[in-house]
Unconditional design. Structure first.
Length: 295
């Protein structure tokens, strides 16, 4: 009974931390667009932040280098997919609207539920189905228009959709390798994102080397450092809960990003946030609340 209560409490805390981490993700588009305005197009905003974030992780990884070396196969698997999700999502913010990027990524609960059912044997009980219905319903409300359910319309849309699929696969790997430390998983996450972003330079249409516009170097450096060290806590608050919770639950709880992302985009980028967006956000928050109280 005691161990069961402890496990339940761990899941509850992990759920709360993940919701907060998702809210932090909702502001992630701001540094990405800032670097884009400086001339860092395509994957370059992510490359700038990932590089600094990896340097910040070195002291943590160095202490665990022996243990992590023995777990390199699991780290490669989870890092490859979670890193791909991080990279593709960051790039999509450059190529499409913030709202579309966020919401197309959040078809993740569909992929997470499928993976949880196939690989983890999870049951589709009423609580899970209700949360999933609220989440997906909210997405359709926000994305829907008079032309029906919209499909991806540009490369950014497709990248956002692909990032959600990669994230669902990556969280499955995180859940099945929960013995690996959070710092090790975060390192694999950021390193995977950096590697894929560098590889994407060979296939994306922009020049390999960006053209930097005139800017205050000190201010830019400060913003790079601030962005990187905002990214690290945000990623930790995403990765640690993902080792404790199933992929479907992770996908639903991360929808807290949608509310913050939509509101911040409306406030700072001029993207719309009207009645339709409000109703969609309420449905998405309801999905997260249902998932938290289900246990």
């Amino acid at each position: 009974m005691v161990s069961s209560n402890i496990l339940s409490n761990n899941r509850t805390w992990a759920s709360i931390v993940l919701v907060i981490g998702g809210m932090m993700w909702g502001l992630y588009w701001i540094p990405v667009r800032f670097f884009y305005d400086l001339g860092l197009t395509g994957p370059w905003p992510g490359i700038a932040m990932y590089s600094v974030a990896l340097l910040g992780l070195v002291p943590f990884i160095w202490k665990e280098r022996g243990t992590l070396a023995l777990q390199w196969r699991d780290l490669v698997f989870s890092g490859m997919f979670t890193g791909a999700a991080f990279s593709l999502y960051s790039i999509s913010l450059v190529y499409t609207d913030v709202v579309r990027s966020i919401l197309l990524f959040y078809l993740t609960p569909i992929w997470g539920t499928i993976l949880g059912r196939v690989f983890l044997g999870e049951r589709l009980n009423l609580g899970r189905l209700a949360g999933l219905a609220c989440g997906v319903g909210g997405l359709f409300v926000v994305l829907g228009d008079s032309g029906g359910i919209p499909l991806p319309q540009n490369s950014g849309d497709w990248m956002a959709l692909a990032s959600g699929m990669c994230w669902a696969l990556g969280t499955l790997g995180l859940y099945r390798t929960s013995t690996i430390s959070a710092s090790g998983q975060v390192f694999a996450f950021v390193a995977g994102a950096l590697i894929l972003s560098l590889v994407s330079l060979t296939v994306l249409p922009e020049p390999v080397l960006p053209t930097i516009v005139q800017a205050d170097p000190l201010w830019t450096l400060q913003f790079v450092l601030l962005s990187a060290f905002y990214t690290l806590p945000m990623v930790f608050m995403t990765i640690w809960p993902a080792t404790k919770l199933s992929p479907a639950r992770v996908g639903i709880l991360l929808m807290s990003e949608v509310v913050v992302g939509l509101a911040s985009a409306a406030a700072f980028s001029g993207e719309p946030f009207g009645l339709r967006e409000l109703l969609g956000a309420i449905l998405i928050v309801s999905a997260a609340v249902l998932e938290i109280v289900r246990d």
